[in-house]
Design a protein around this ligand. Structure first.
Ligand SMILES: NC(=O)C1=CN([C@@H]2O[C@H](COP(=O)(O)OP(=O)(O)OC[C@H]3O[C@@H](n4cnc5c(N)ncnc54)[C@H](OP(=O)(O)O)[C@@H]3O)[C@@H](O)[C@H]2O)C=CC1
Ligand SMILES: O=C1O[C@H](COP(=O)(O)O)[C@@H](O)[C@H](O)[C@H]1O
Length: 627
């Protein structure tokens, strides 16, 4: 077992190695919103060594205290948004380890004076010479900063077996196409060894994403059906309700495809589609993931659609069109939505389409991987009215409401033979106490302990870009004529529906739980057999596309219709609320969700729950004993 592997499989409770973290881009958004809050959380949970320091590197003179004050303000906002109170001891300790270093990324002398500060930290704080350089800078600086580090003699650590370590975390996006990613790899690999480079993708820091491997490879239940024999297709959705906010100038250059697909969505895809690794050693896992990404057939332009949001309403609030956002061109052709279909050329996945979509200003925030199983090969219920089965779905819900659910059909109780879709739910919140987390804690900890499992290797990032390069090339040639083509608060452009309709499929609704409940609690017709009910549902789905299209088109075009849009959403919400209130008892019967936050409760868990999720119960009990 390698050193990294042993760290991953044993308790996480021990602190990381002593070290200094140097943050390039210390006055930027990422530093204040995510990196420093993550360090604060790590201090609170005992993951930082007592021998620790942070140096913030940014241009512009600033007193240490001014820098810390701005970070403190951002941290307070984050903590209060999470409904908590700032832990003054943790912040007091962390801020006492921090100092600001003014310097420009193109000024070698600033790196030389950084070297002096690092020596000082080593002597005064006992950081043992270990340094984590965090490149929280725009992409164009990655190569320059790494070369400056080399010129200032800051990356030499005596090799992989040296007395101390020097590691570099590189933010995303890593390049903006295949050629630039390849060139950046070549450039930095002249300066650093691959084992010193940690290309970060913060989706891999999410607990639920890491759980995909545990779910697949720690349970014998699903793996035998995890292939083309039993799976019809897979849908990966990352729908955001936020727009581009203050990042207009960045986003104008980037767009939804580059921002999300060859990184976050492909990481989800790799987790779901990879072959089992022979161990949890970083190289074993990364090799399996790299093989999967390499097997993605380069995606052809006809299998991709793009969209841009127009005005509308999101979460019952007026939402502006992308072209009206700050630092966005009034005639911008940057996409804020992308959907695509891809194939993975392996024995396991041959013939199984993977559909991916992501967008901003959508109707509901959800990140999920939904696996649609094939229908039963033979229906023994023919003639009983139970010959039309609904789809079986396994849904890995990444955020929010993290969990896993299995949707299947059951017989509706009663004298008549009728089917109803139900869901078996596992929710993280029911079983585990959540540690405060911004998603970067695990990744920082892993880097500080030399575990690269959750980071991208050079070959992986290039394979990701290779898969999307045909779309990038095509989109660069053709200006979209229909932008904006989806209303803020909708499920994206109609062309995304067509992409699936071509294969006889449809996207899961963004609010699938509501739709499922509506279907289950729908009043059965007096005479209707289950099959009639299914047919009606099916025709409803096929008919819905044009209706949606016209709603979208109207909302997109009509700026004066914004108010109406808000009213409509409010009215819809009120109806949904009423319906939900009515449905409450039925829901309880079907899902039988005993909220088991405490172990005592878990032991007494209702029999139905016991039957549904027994595997995890032992884990809960074990964990509780430890606490
Ligand atoms: N923000 C986010 O939510 C996320 C960001 N990322 C990635 O993280 C990285 C950083 O993003 P973000 O924090 O948003 O970017 P910002 O632009 O907010 O931060 C960059 C920082 O670098 C400073 N800077 C710019 N040029 C120089 C220079 N020549 N010398 C010294 N300092 C300089 C800027 O200072 P000044 O402003 O004074 O010029 C600024 O403080 C990017 O690669 C981004 O893609 C990834 C995921 C999420
Ligand atoms: O990297 C990015 O990710 C966020 C979405 O991340 P999440 O953890 O909030 O789901 C996205 O909004 C942003 O545009 C992108 O740069």
């Amino acid at each position: 077992m390698s050193q990294a592997q042993s760290k991953r499989v044993t308790s996480r409770a021990h602190p990381a190695d002593p070290c200094t973290v140097v943050i390039f881009g210390a006055a930027g958004d990422l530093t204040s919103r995510l990196v420093v809050p993550a360090l604060y959380n790590m201090r609170r949970t005992g993951l930082l060594s007592d021998n620790f320091s942070v140096i913030g590197f940014n241009h512009g003179k600033m007193a240490d205290n001014a820098w810390k004050k701005s970070l403190h303000t951002a941290l307070e906002r984050y903590v209060s948004n999470a409904g908590a109170k700032l832990d003054d001891d943790a912040w007091g300790w962390l801020s006492s380890q921090m100092s600001y270093h003014a310097g420009d990324f193109d000024d070698l002398s600033a790196f030389q004076s950084l070297a002096t500060k690092l020596k000082d930290a080593e002597r005064r704080r006992g950081t043992q010479g270990n340094v984590l350089f965090y490149l929280a800078t725009p992409e164009r600086f990655f190569g320059d900063v790494i070369e400056q580090l080399k010129n200032a003699g800051l990356v030499d650590d005596g090799g992989a077996e040296g007395r101390f370590w020097r590691r570099v975390i590189i933010e995303k996006p890593f390049g903006h196409d295949l050629a630039s990613a390849h060139a950046l790899n070549e450039r930095i690999l002249k300066v650093l060894r691959e084992d010193q480079i940690y290309r970060i993708d913060h989706f891999l820091g999410k607990e639920t994403v890491q759980n995909i491997m545990a779910f697949r490879f720690a349970n014998g239940l699903f793996e035998p059906i995890w292939n083309r024999d039993r799976i019809d297709h897979v849908q990966i959705t990352v729908a955001e309700t936020v727009g581009v906010e203050r990042r207009g100038s960045f986003y104008e250059q980037t767009g939804a495809l580059r921002d999300m697909v060859p990184n976050h969505l492909f990481q989800l895809l790799a987790m779901v589609a990879m072959e089992p690794p022979t161990s949890f050693d970083a190289e074993a896992v990364r090799t399996r993931k790299a093989e999967t990404i390499e097997a993605i057939r380069p995606i052809q332009p006809e299998d991709a659609v793009r969209g841009q949001y127009g005005p509308g309403a999101v979460n019952n609030e007026l939402a502006t069109s992308y072209r009206d956002e700050p630092n966005v061109a009034p005639d911008s052709v940057t996409e804020t939505f992308v959907a695509l279909k891809l194939s993975i050329d392996t024995w396991r996945w041959s013939g199984v389409p993977f559909y991916l979509r992501t967008g901003k200003h959508m109707g509901r925030r959800t990140t999920e991987i939904a696996i649609r199983f094939k229908s039963a090969p033979f229906a023994p219920f023919r003639g009983t009215g139970m010959d039309a089965f609904g789809p079986d779905w396994l849904v890995l819900q990444i955020q929010p409401d993290e969990g896993i659910s299995l949707q299947f059909d059951v017989k509706r109780p009663g004298p008549r033979v009728e089917l109803a879709p139900v869901r078996m739910d596992f929710k993280y919140a029911d079983w585990f106490r959540a540690e405060p987390n911004v998603g970067y804690e695990t990744l920082l900890y892993d880097c500080m302990t030399g575990d690269a499992t959750l980071f991208q290797r050079a070959d992986m990032v290039e394979a990701c870009w290779r898969a999307v390069q045909p779309i990038l090339d095509d989109w660069a040639q053709r200006t979209p004529a229909d932008f904006p083509n989806y209303a803020s608060g909708s499920a994206g452009p109609a062309s995304a529906d067509t992409l699936l309709a071509l294969g006889g499929r449809s996207w899961r609704p963004l609010n699938s739980a509501a739709e499922l409940n509506a279907r289950r609690t729908a009043k059965p017709k007096v005479d209707a057999s289950a099959s009639a009910e299914k047919k009606a549902a099916a025709s409803k789905t096929t008919k819905r596309a044009p209706a949606r299209k016209s709603t979208r088109a109207a909302a997109t075009k009509a700026a004066p219709a914004r108010k109406a849009a808000v009213k409509k959403v409010a009215a819809k919400k009120a109806v949904a609320k009423k319906a939900a209130a009515k449905k409450a008892p039925a829901r309880k019967v079907a899902v039988t969700k005993a909220p088991v936050k405490k172990v005592a409760a878990a032991r007494k868990a209702a029999p139905v729950k016991k039957a549904s999720v027994t595997v995890k119960k032992t884990t809960v009990a074990k964990r509780a004993r430890k606490k």
